[in-house]
Design a protein around this ligand. Structure first.
Ligand code: NAD
Ligand code: MG
Length: 391
């Protein structure tokens, strides 16, 4: 039996993870679940999976959850706040941690799981974007097993040889695929009028709103380039992005001898989630088997950086190094939040990120506090820019 903690259990990745757990009661038990505000949904999951612990975002949410659980006769112990998240992530009673909180809010708990030497199923890409060096050091130092859940990185992980340097030397490139999002072919001069609902209507994947907007700007791919750099030790020159609108090839690895290995499947996050949960075994995930005869053609194209300036900004931040990726991520979170709230235009997202990247940065990438200082400084700068652009 593997005991699993799911952080961000009410989100899109969290729900898919619970669906895989549900299919394998003989293999998995749920140790802890977390949610920020969706107390009703978390209460329902606690009633079904009977975790020992549940964590929510505030004391009010904790009281509400306790009342619901009492009514339902569920004995889950409830706590709240960031420290409680770190505590359930590092608990000796859990073997694996699904890190599926969205944004910088997921950093400390993901890191706590790594420092406790857990099997870390990492969906929260922001942990690596913000503090890749610190995170990867923690994984090595504490003997954690890091399994990438982001579909592209999961695909690359499946296509790479073991990390023995003799075999890795033969890798010439990692090729990250991107759907291109909902605006791949839209006239760029009309992008300033995009509404949040249009930006969140992804053609291939059903995801949370923040990552959906990031897919529409292709900032998501930019964050993934930085994520791939840390996960696979690849410099920016060895990471290439290809638009692949069908979302069937989830990414590829090119080798010195001309071979290219790809991982294919229907676009459904339960595949990488099940892979991470059972690794190195393979289990049923509930995903419809891929039928290439009905998939139609598979197309690939080079992304247009004028249409997707956020992708170019992410490459710039990776090359600049230090806290630049953390600054990029923080500025983007503020800009996307403002866009979703109707405060700025879709096209302002890139302007805010570019503006903040162009200013001097606070903090340092050496320590977690340094990274958090960079994050806070970039958020303040982004809020100012958002206010100056506000409609
Ligand atoms: P989501 O918005 O659907 O869910 C987010 C979860 O985090 C919810 O359970 C929410 O309660 C919790 N949460 C939000 N703010 C919080 C806070 N301040 N403190 C604690 N918990 C908080 O997001 P999602 O789409 O499931 O994405 C989760 C993570 O996985 C993100 O980092 C995203 O980039 C990554 N990811 C998602 C997908 C996908 O298909 N959805 C694919 C690849 C990677
Ligand atoms: Mg992805």
């Amino acid at each position: 039996m593997q005991r699993i903690t799911i952080l961000g259990a009410t989100g899109s990745i969290g729900e898919s993870t619970l669906d895989v757990v549900r299919r394998h009661p003989d293999r998995y038990t749920v140790h802890a679940l977390s949610a920020h505000r969706q107390v009703d949904k978390l209460a329902a999951a606690c009633a079904e999976f009977r975790p020992a612990r549940a964590v929510v975002g505030s004391p009010e949410a904790a009281r509400e959850l306790e009342a619901l659980l009492r009514q339902a006769g569920v004995k889950t112990a409830v706590s709240h706040g960031p420290e409680a998240l770190e505590s359930v992530a590092a608990d000796t009673e859990t073997d694996a941690v699904m890190a599926a909180i969205v944004g910088a809010a997921g950093l400390r708990s993901s890191l706590a799981a790594a420092r406790a030497g857990k099997r870390v199923l990492l969906a929260n890409k922001e942990s690596l974007v913000m503090s890749g060096a610190i995170f990867m050091d923690a994984v090595r130092e504490h003997g954690a097993t890091l399994l990438p859940i982001d579909s592209e990185h999961n695909a690359i992980f499946q296509c790479l040889p073991t990390d023995d340097p003799r075999y890795r030397a033969g890798v010439s490139k990692v090729l990250l695929t991107a759907s291109g999002g909902p605006f791949r072919t839209r006239d760029p001069s009309t992008l300033h009028d995009i509404t949040p609902d249009q930006a969140c209507a992804h053609p291939k994947w059903v995801m949370g709103r923040k990552i959906s907007v990031d897919s529409a700007t292709m900032m998501n791919k930019g964050l993934e380039v930085i994520e791939a750099h840390w996960l696979f030790g690849a410099p920016a020159e060895k990471i290439e992005v290809l638009i692949h609108p069908q979302s069937i090839v989830h990414s590829m690895v090119a080798y010195a001898d001309g071979s290219v290995l790809a991982q294919l499947g229907n676009p459904d996050m339960r595949t990488p989630i099940a892979y991470g949960m059972a690794y190195p075994e393979r289990i049923d995930s509930g995903v419809t088997p891929l039928d290439l005869t009905v998939a139609g053609g598979l197309h690939f194209e080079v992304p247009d950086l004028n249409r997707f300036p956020c992708l170019a900004l992410a490459f710039d931040a990776l090359r600049a190094g230090g806290v630049a990726p953390a600054v990029l991520n923080a500025a983007n979170e503020i800009a996307v939040e403002a866009f979703l709230a109707g405060g700025v235009r879709f096209t302002d997202i890139a302007r805010v990120v570019e503006g903040v990247l162009g200013q001097p940065h606070e903090g340092s990438a050496e320590t977690l506090d340094g990274v958090l200082a960079a994050d806070a400084g970039a958020r303040a700068a982004a809020r100012q820019l958002v206010a100056s652009l506000a409609r």
